[in-house]
Design a protein around this ligand. Structure first.
Ligand SMILES: Nc1nc2c(ncn2[C@@H]2O[C@H](COP(=O)(O)OP(=O)(O)OP(=O)(O)O)[C@@H](O)[C@H]2O)c(=O)[nH]1
Ligand SMILES: [Mg+2]
Length: 617
């Protein structure tokens, strides 16, 4: 390769580099403009773009510097060669001259390039300065953004909290409105227009009060008055059963257990059988049933409630359905409502009355006492366990042990649809073991789900023996008759004793009379032996003949003797008279008692005969 070719290559290379540098500033300028624009738009983007620009420029400058060094090296190499040619006396050709000129031009261009590089370096330094400024601005902006974002976060948090509070208050208001409207419905409820109920309530109340007042009082005379507190409780239960048509002569089954175990769903399942449109009882995944609810057969659907004072009142189905635990949480409804009484014309309910109860949960103590109170009327209990909670827990075991062992107990493992058959078998075995370990008497453990058929469950319900109504009325009748018989026998005995005592009194009177008579006789006798003398010459005097003195002395000692016996005779008379009058009082008392008891019995018999004479059998 000759020198000329080398020079041309170097020049071309340099020209290429120079050209690229001529256009680069333009691009950079545009970039800078764009960068400034984006700075305004977004400080972070500006910062990144400026750094990128700098990076590119610095890269290009270092590349140019490398190329420049390379060119300078080649030029000096070429000059060296040129010098050596000239020194060797070679002929300098035209082309050599041209190359000198070109070298010169190249030199100039290099100088120009150096200037250009200097300019670029100045520009870089400016750019760095502006970059720093931008960085400062960006960091100031960042700070502001941070503060604004913090404020925004705080405001959002406060907003969210307020929103939550608002929702809570709205919910509370809703619940309070619902509970108020429920209480107002209850307070304004009309008495159920059920003449039969009113008549039975009235008649049985009269019978109950005759037993608890008149008869109890009249029988109070007896040491072992059979009308004890326990007997009166039996009478009250009898009266309740007579009045409560929803339990009278029915198998009463109470469904109990922890909340959300699915107790109400079991009732709904039975109600829905054969009647898909039956009014359902409220069911939720949270604590729901708030008031015990009886479900039994009636001519039509009917929604009523039974008050603690024994009134049956009507309530709308809407009011009934809006009552859940959350609605009644803050009000003590037990003073207004004892339980709801619903009737359905559902043939599955013939002879059966189901009592759905509030589940044990948050405020269990109160629920336990309320439930224990109402389940007293039941003939059997169904304890419902959610298959998903597994075991019956300790507190439930205690509730069962302490309060629910008076009638047959069945265990239902509910929601069985959510478990495999194997799991259910294991659970059943586990529950049976726990029941046995805790000495809890139970009939059987049943698997159920609201998705199952109800035949098996209904079979168990129908097999429960209804509790026998306590035979209090016939018992009262028998006891009155027995008491009257005893009292009359006592009266006869008293009459006899009075007659005997009367004789005693007569005897003591006779003795007293006799003593007094004896004294009289002695005095008369003594009087016979004393004669009054009127001598002429002396004072008057009494005299007893010596032969009569014996009589006189005898009379005297008889008088002394009789007089001495008088106090005893009087005492005997007194004591006999007292005994006699006591017997008379006793006799009068028992006569009066027999009269009173006979009258009470008469009232009682009239009331029972007017209500239901069969009760006397
Ligand atoms: N998978 C399934 N879920 C059920 C079943 N029975 C009830 N549930 C659900 O369990 C939840 C509670 O049901 P409820 O019937 O209200 O339970 P409860 O025992 O009456 O509850 P409280 O009235 O609060 O004592 C509801 O979400 C029902 O849908 C069942 O057999 N299977
Ligand atoms: Mg319920």
């Amino acid at each position: 390769m000759d020198y000329l070719t080398i020079i041309i290559a170097v020049v071309a290379l340099l020209l290429g580099a120079i050209l690229s540098f001529f256009f680069a500033p333009k691009i950079r300028k545009e970039k800078k403009l764009n960068t400034n624009q984006s700075l305004k738009d977004n400080s972070i983007q500006v910062k990144n773009s400026t750094s990128e620009d700098l990076f590119i420029l610095e890269n290009e400058i270092s590349k140019l510097k490398e190329e420049l060094t390379e060119s300078e090296a080649k030029i000096s190499e070429y000059e060296e060669e040129n010098k050596s040619i000239k020194t060797d006396g070679d002929i300098i050709s035209d082309s050599d001259q041209t190359s000198d000129e070109k070298l010169k031009e190249l030199d100039e261009e290099i100088t120009q390039l150096k200037d250009e590089i200097e300019d670029l370096e100045d520009e870089i330094s400016d750019l760095k300065k502006s970059n720093n400024r931008v960085k400062e601005e960006v960091s100031a902006l960042d700070e502001k953004v941070y503060v604004i974002e913090k404020e925004k976060r705080e405001i959002t948090e406060t907003y969210q909290q307020n929103l939550k509070k608002l929702e809570e208050t709205e919910n509370e208001n809703k619940v309070q409105k619902e509970s108020l409207s429920f209480v107002s419905d209850i307070l304004n409820a009309n008495n159920a227009v059920n003449e039969k109920f009113i008549e039975v309530a009235h008649k049985t109340w009269e019978i109950y009060s005759t037993i608890s007042n008149d008869l109890r009082y009249s029988l109070g005379y007896l040491e072992n008055n059979f009308i004890s507190d326990d007997f009166l409780e039996d009478c009250w239960n009898w009266r309740n059963q007579e009045v409560k048509t929803w339990i009278k002569d029915k198998r009463v089954v109470a469904i109990v257990g922890e909340f959300s175990a699915g107790k109400t769903s079991i009732v709904n399942r039975i109600l829905k059988q054969d009647d898909p449109n039956a009014v359902e009882l409220p069911v939720k995944s949270t604590e729901t049933t708030a008031i015990p609810t009886y479900i039994s057969k009636g001519i039509d659907f009917n929604c009523q409630f039974y008050s603690p004072s024994g009134d049956l009142k009507n309530i709308s189905v809407e009011s009934f359905q809006k009552v859940t635990k959350s609605v009644l949480d803050d009000i003590n409804i037990s003073s207004l409502v004892k339980y709801f009484v619903l009737s359905y014309s559902n043939k599955n309910l013939s002879d059966i009355s189901i009592l759905d109860t509030p589940g044990f949960g948050s405020n269990s103590d109160e629920i336990i006492s309320k439930t224990t109170e109402v389940v007293k009327e039941a003939d059997a209990l169904f304890w419902v366990v959610d298959a998903n909670t597994g075991e019956i827990n300790n507190s439930s075991m205690n509730v069962i042990k302490e309060n629910l062992q008076k009638v047959p107990l069945y265990i239902i493992i509910n929601k069985s649809d959510t478990k495999s058959q194997n799991d259910l078998n294991d659970l059943k075995t586990k529950i049976e073991e726990t029941l046995n370990k805790n000495c809890i008497n139970y009939q059987e453990v049943i698997l159920f789900s609201h998705k199952y058929e109800i035949d098996e469950l209904m079979g168990i319900l129908n097999g429960i023996a209804p509790k026998k109504s306590p035979k209090v009325i016939s018992r009262v009748n028998e006891e009155i008759n027995r008491t009257l018989k005893i009292s009359k026998a006592s009266l006869n005995k008293l009459n006899k004793e009075t007659i005997d005592l009367n004789y005693d009194v007569d005897d003591s009177i006779s003795i007293l009379e006799q003593t007094i008579q004896n004294i009289g006789h002695s005095l008369e006798d003594m009087d016979d032996v004393i004669s009054f003398e009127y001598p002429l010459f002396s004072k008057n005097y009494y005299k007893i003949k010596e032969s009569d003195y014996g009589r006189f002395e005898k009379g005297m000692s008889q008088i002394i003797e009789s007089t001495n016996s008088l106090p005893d005779n009087i005492n005997e008379f007194r004591s006999n008279s007292e005994n006699y009058s006591m017997k008379i009082d006793e006799t009068n008392e028992i006569k009066h008692y027999i009269d009173y008891l006979s009258k009470s019995r008469k009232t009682f018999m009239e009331l029972v005969n007017a209500y239901n004479p069969k009760l006397l059998n």
